[in-house]
Write a protein that binds this ligand. Structure first.
Ligand code: AMP
Length: 445
């Protein structure tokens, strides 16, 4: 079946979504199912496990929420204390908040209770919320592990389990927590695992957690790359602050998200921007949940025009209207580049992605080009090197227009003042939990 571009109000009904859910989906602006919803909802409603290879933006939240809600609505409110009927496990707090919002929106008009269990905010209110049990729990692995270990959350009645952005949970060092949590859920549960990529570890995890899953693959959003104008500015680390300030002074720039590789780097970029007279907010894993949410809200509502973010914190953030993405650093993982640039050009809008590349980041640039399967043109070069791009980076010479080459020769003059900047050390994963025994599998009271 192919999806028509025009809205088809019967689409979700044909997939088996009925009643209040159908109305709520339409009210939420989901009139025609997206491909992942079309493929995942019918088997999920039949009770099949799902292995979904799809990215944020594909519509996967509704793909798993609608079938779970349609099974939960009507079960009544007889739940055991501290239990959850469904668990949605996600890597970041922002994604958890976002998913809960969608779930509540879709559950409008039905009696469905939800809870959030995530780090960075008070545990007390979470424990209180879980006391009488909930229908749908959305959680990050770290805090959930703690609360399960302490017996404040009991997963033995959890018969639906969704692992969202599994590859990111792996990157963040959560994989053992995820295994333990899954083991603590009901043995006869139904499971869906979504991941943007399928590294071997995730493939292995899926084999142990899923039973005869329906495999759904939604093509990489290659289209994003087509819609986003992408180019590289060659600049030394110490020049990047000035280049960034110059770029952001351009009146044509609307909402901008600036990516830094590390939390420390993100803080430094934000501080420098503020000193240079820009209003910028920062979002990364060391910030409290409240600070992160405030930064995101300010950015979403246009109170600040610039959001500085690390890859992990920005993952899954769906803010419409971002006109530019600036990569202050190349990402450690080339795949992250695709997620970064996917923050712009959403819903058919135009977007531009500018990558500031130190000659020493040439290898990373090459890896990005391999992932996106195209060369990234150098639009400007302020390093002052006669040809800093070759041989250190792989931008093929044909990707550089004569214009760009000329700019490359003259660009050094554009930078008069140089900001002091130290190369950043790589930090360890935020969470590398020690084993520790957990009281998982304990019976619900
Ligand atoms: P997700 O991948 O679940 O984060 O969804 C990405 C965006 O697509 C969100 O802004 C959703 O509200 C939107 N969306 C999801 N499903 C549909 C649909 N069937 N029609 C229109 N928009 C949708």
């Amino acid at each position: 079946m192919t999806i028509q571009d025009n809205a088809n109000p019967l689409g979700f009904a044909q997939l088996g979504i009925t009643g209040t859910l159908l109305k709520a989906a339409t009210d939420a602006g989901m009139s025609a199912p997206k491909p992942i919803q079309e493929k995942a909802i019918p088997p999920f409603l039949e009770g099949r496990d799902i292995l979904g290879i799809a990215q944020t933006g594909s519509g996967k939240t509704a793909a798993f929420s609608l079938p779970i809600l349609s099974r939960i609505i009507g079960l009544g409110n007889k739940r055991r204390p501290r239990t959850a009927r469904a668990l949605i496990l996600v890597p970041t707090r922002e994604l958890a908040v976002q998913i809960e919002k969608v779930v509540r929106e879709l559950a409008a008009g039905a009696h469905v209770s939800t809870a959030l269990v995530l780090g960075g905010v008070s545990r007390r209110s979470q424990v209180k919320r879980m006391a009488s049990g909930v229908d749908i729990l959305i959680a990050t692995p770290g805090r959930l592990t703690d609360l399960v270990r302490e017996g404040e959350v009991v997963l033995s009645d959890t018969t639906w389990l969704v692992l969202d952005e599994a590859d990111r949970m792996l990157d963040m060092g959560f994989i053992n927590d995820v295994r333990r949590i899954a083991k603590a859920t009901h043995p006869a549960r139904q499971t869906a695992l979504f991941s943007a990529t399928m590294p071997t570890e995730i493939e292995k995890l899926s084999k142990t957690l899923l039973r005869d899953p329906v495999r759904i693959e939604i093509a990489r959003q290659g289209t994003t790359a087509d819609k986003v104008r992408q180019h590289v500015v060659m600049a030394r680390l110490r020049q990047k602050r000035t280049v960034l300030a110059e770029l952001l002074s351009d009146k044509g720039m609307g909402q901008v998200i600036v990516f830094a590789r590390t939390k420390h780097g993100a803080d430094r970029v934000t501080r420098d921007l503020q000193r240079d007279g820009f209003e910028a907010a920062v979002i990364h894993g060391n910030k409290s949940q409240n600070a992160r949410q405030r930064a995101l809200n300010d950015f979403r509502e246009g109170v600040v025009r610039i959001l500085v973010a690390t890859d992990i914190a920005a993952r899954g953030i769906d803010v419409p209207g971002i006109s530019h993405v600036v990569n202050f650093d190349l990402p450690d993982e080339a795949e992250s580049y695709v997620h970064r640039i996917g923050r712009t050009a959403r819903n058919g809008a135009d977007g531009e992605a500018i990558t500031l590349c130190d000659p020493g980041e040439g290898n990373k640039l090459r890896q990005v080009e391999r992932v996106i399967r195209m060369p990234l043109p150098v639009s400007r070069d302020v390093t002052g090197d006669p040809d800093p791009v070759q041989p250190k980076t792989a931008v093929p010479s044909k990707a550089r227009s004569p214009e760009a080459a000329s700019k490359a020769r003259n660009g050094g003059e554009a930078i008069r003042k140089e900001a002091a900047g130290k190369p950043q050390r790589r930090k360890r994963n935020r969470r590398d939990r020690k084993g520790g025994s957990m009281r998982f599998g304990s019976k619900a009271a």
